[in-house]
Design a protein around this ligand. Structure first.
Ligand code: HEC
Length: 107
């Protein structure tokens, strides 16, 4: 946003950016850097790409059966168990928080 480069508006833009990244309470303490790393390291994307093609993000269906932040976290937990990824609860939250921020956008 070029308009953000003008100092008068910078404060406002930070505020708006903050709103845009508002996340549900269950992801309040999530570690986004960790989540991004886990998604990259856990072959999530590679496998999703093999299923749906493209960049794999078509597997995430915000309008589908997953319809709350808690449900999304539960889905990641289930993948963790089924795929034997050995993620800790805070890892699961971090991954779900990143998916929510980038794809599902639950409030
Ligand atoms: C071995 C393949 C494979 C791996 C690895 C994998 N997934 Fe998936 N994932 C799938 C398939 C297949 C589906 C679609 C299942 C369905 O629609 O019932 C899916 C669906 C999902 C969904 C639900 C999408 C939606 O909106 O319905 C989420 C969330 C998800 N995966 C997260 C992850 C995460 C996070 C990881 C890595 C930690 C991961 N998956 C690793 C195969 C995989």
């Amino acid at each position: 946003m070029n308009i953000c480069r003008t100092s008068v508006l910078a404060g406002l833009c930070v505020l708006v950016a903050g709103w845009a990244h508002a996340q549900p309470a269950i992801f309040k303490d999530a570690d986004y850097k960790l989540g991004e790393k886990l998604i990259a390291d856990s072959k999530c994307v590679a496998c999703h790409v093999s299923k749906v093609g493209g960049d794999g993000s078509a597997i995430y269906k915000p309008q589908g059966r997953i319809n709350t932040a808690a449900f999304l976290r539960g889905m990641v937990e289930q993948c963790n168990t089924e795929l034997n990824l050995g993620m800790f609860p805070e890892d699961v939250s971090a991954v779900a928080a990143v998916l929510n921020r980038d794809h599902y956008k639950f409030k």
